[in-house]
Structures are given as C-alpha cells and as structure tokens.
Design a protein around this ligand. Sequence first.
Ligand code: AAT
Length: 284
Amino acid sequence: MLDLWYTENHTDNVKFSIKTNEHILTEKTPFQQIDFFKSEEFGTFFTLDGLMMVNEKDEFVYHDMITHVAMATNPNIKKVLVIGGGDGGTVRELTRYTSIEQIDMVEIDERVVRLSQEYLPITAGKLEDPRVTLLFEDGLAYVKNKEDGYYDLILVDSTDPIGPGEGLFSHDFYNNCFRVLTDDGILINQHESPYYPSYAHEMKRAHSKIKGLFPITRVYQFHMPTYPSGHWLFGFASKKFDPLKDADLDAWNALGLKTKYYNTDIHTGAFALPTFVKEMLDDA
Ligand code: AAT
C-alpha cells in the first residue's frame, strides 16, 4: 500500500509530516486554498494555504485556551464577537456558558464553515445554537462599521498574518476592536509563536500594536502539537480586568464545566512566560 504523507514547512529548514489515509478534498475559494485530510494520529484535519488549522486530536487545547481564560476573568460577559474561527470550535466552547446571550461569528470564508459542518462536526456542532449569528465578511470591515461599546468580549481566532488574515494583525483593526468593546471589554487574539524567528517577528509586531492601545496587555501560552514548534500564544488585552488579579477562579470552578486542557491552575500558570519570551515582549 502507498503511504500518503501531508507535509508542511514549519521553516525553510524544518518540515512537519502526518501520515494520512485520505485527501478528502481540495478547494480554492476567493480567499484561500482549503484541504481536508483523514489521518490515524490526528483524525480529520484541514489546512488553509498549506498550513494546519484544526484537527480532531489537539483542537481542544486551542479552543479551551482561547475561550475560558477570558470567561473566568469576567463571568458577566454577555455579548461576544468571534472573528474567523470558521471551524466552529471557539463558538462550541462559548455556547457552554448559559450566561452568554449573543455570539456573533464573522468569518470571511463561508466554505470553511460549510466544509467543517460536513467533515468536522466535533468543532462545528454548535453553530446552530440560537444565540449564534453567522456573518460572512471580512472581520476588519465588520469592526470598522460596528457601533462603539457593543461587545464584552472579542475573540480573534484568525489565520496567520499572510493572506486574508493580514488585516486582523493591523493597528486599524485593534483600534476598532478597542472602540467596539464595552468599558469592561476583553480582546483575546491568536498571537503566533515565540519560537521560530519568522513567527516571533509577527508576534512582537502584534504585541507592540496592542500594547499602545489597551491599558492591560498580557500574553499567555499553550502547547499545540501541530503548530510550528508546538509553543503558541494568545494575547489578552483589556480595558479594566487583569487576568490574574481579577479572575474569579472559584466562580469558574463552581460552574462545573468539564474541560480537557484548561483548568484554574493552567489559567494562572499560562501567564508565566519563559525568559526569552519576556525579553521579546519587553522589547516589542
Ligand atoms: N479555530 C482554529 C482555526 C483557525 S482558522 C482561522 C479562520 O480565520 C479561517 O477560517 C479563515 O477563513 C478566517 N479568516 C482569515 N482572515 C479573516 C478575516 N479577515 N476576517 C474574518 N475571518 C478571517 C485559526 C488557526 C490558527 C493557526 C495558527 N497557525
């Protein structure tokens, strides 16, 4: 039998490969190329422009960490905006909070959503929750046109800053996020990786822009086996709440949500950064 391997360049000198059982489909949309695969080790997964986005085996790490850190920091979050996140995993985690009243998801590429609904019900299964509104447009334009002080939380679940995701790393975008957030508002963004220089460069650029806009800006880390180097970050920016001093961790535990990665020890621990990362952020 032929071995079929999916291979991705993590740098010009490093490759990452997964043995696959099937290349389910390949499709070019006006925004990007989408490929879906089946594999033994990571289950079903999809890539955008040749980069791993989501797979069945480690998606819980990313989706727990993008959602629960902010929700434990401010339990009164009612209106949430998700930008990107077409696979639906972030929305799935949000729908577990009965306290959330409204979830708007703005995804540029409807095909990512439709294909995830077909092949990745594990992440897309809650997109039909009555509190969820799907909007297919560019997140950058969406925040530009949105009224001031609307959302309590914005989760930027975006691709890397090449292709359609580029605008979601711009000063203009972060500035509009600040404006559309309430006075209690929190912004979490996909913050790249500190390890390989090309990713670290983007992570520093993003951090320096956000630092100039929000009074509270932190970065927290998590372990993502299929992303380059496995060492990945989210940014936490807020107008008022500090994720360590203000988080009500007992209240979060009292909700009784069962999670596979996030817990309240991780909440605190994820903000403890290696020295080389601290130095990069200080100099950003
Ligand atoms: N839940 C983890 C999956 C992703 S995919 C990111 C999504 O962002 C994609 O579906 C893409 O179509 C969407 N997107 C890209 N640009 C925009 C935009 N301008 N407006 C709205 N949506 C957009 C994240 C993977 C992270 C990978 C890190 N290496």
